[in-house]
Each structure stands twice: as C-alpha cells, then as structure tokens.
Design a protein around this ligand. Structure first.
Ligand code: CA
Ligand code: CA
Ligand code: CA
Length: 157
C-alpha cells in the first residue's frame, strides 16, 4: 500500500515536470542568436466595417516585436508603411534560439494615426516558433486580429 502511494506520487511528479521541460534543440545551436523580422502582412480591407483612416487611405502599419524577455534578448519596432500589404526589412528583435522555441515572440500591430485620432489596433499575437521554423527561415500565421496573414523571417545573426 505504502509503495503504491509513493509510486503514484512519483508518476504525478514526472507528469507535472514533463509539462515544464524545456524543448531541446537537436540541430540548431541553442545559444545561437536569431533575428526575428516581420517581413510582410496582409491587412483586412476595413476595421470592423469602418475605413482604417478617415481620409479613406490605406492603414499605416507598424509592428512592435518582443523577443522573450530574458538576458540579452531585444525588442524592435518597424518603420511605418502605408499599405494593405506592407513589407518591412528592419526593426525586428533578436533572441537566443532556445528562448524563441520555448517562449515564442509577441507581436503588436497597429495603424498609426494622428494625435487627434489615436492609433487603431490591428492585431496582437504570441507566435510560437519551432526548430523547424528556424531551419525554414520563415513562419506565417493566418487570420490573426485584422490581419489575413503575417509573415516573419528568422535569420541567424
Ligand atoms: Ca486609423
Ligand atoms: Ca493612411
Ligand atoms: Ca492611419
């Protein structure tokens, strides 16, 4: 009886531990540094039925990127691109491979407006990144917030 009880506690301990075990990388060096760069997005034609901007122009899209908040990782912000299909080549964040795979990356996408008309939120998301994504060098998510799609490139620094 006593043995069984201990055994079940041991099993419970193992299961609880398993959930929190960090993902082990097999090909990519866990300590390698990677740049997470928003590269393009496809924005919905309107913001819940309203035009993005009162002058009926395309939204002015900026992406804030937050790599996992552990030692040496960074945040970034793209420049503003006025388009329904914006592309960017700078303003990403940098992080260790093991931090990316275990903690993912947070994105906040907004349409910049004037001080009289506060910025419109477009999407907020946490993007899980796998070792396969790092090896592929890119990852795309679809239908998040008011984005039809969102693509980031992953480049070893
Ligand atoms: Ca707007
Ligand atoms: Ca605009
Ligand atoms: Ca705007």
């Amino acid at each position: 009886m006593r043995t069984a009880l201990i055994a079940s506690f041991a099993l419970f301990g193992l299961a609880a531990c398993g959930e929190d075990d960090p993902v082990q990388l097999t090909t990519v060096d866990p300590a390698s540094k990677w740049v997470v760069q928003p590269s393009r997005a496809e924005v919905r034609a309107n913001d819940g039925g309203e035009d993005w901007d009162i002058d009926n122009s395309a939204p002015d899209i900026v992406v804030k990127t937050s790599c996992p908040a552990s030692g040496g990782n960074t945040t970034g912000e793209t420049n503003e691109v006025e388009s329904y299909t914006p592309t960017w080549s700078g303003g990403g964040c940098t992080a260790r491979a093991d931090d990316l795979v275990n903690d993912g990356v947070d994105f906040e996408v907004r349409d910049v407006d004037t001080s009289l008309d506060p910025d419109d939120g477009v999407a907020e998301a946490s993007l899980q990144i796998t070792e396969d994504d790092l090896l592929a060098g890119t990852v795309t998510i679809t239908r998040v917030g008011d984005l039809e799609s969102f693509t980031v490139t992953l480049t070893e620094d």
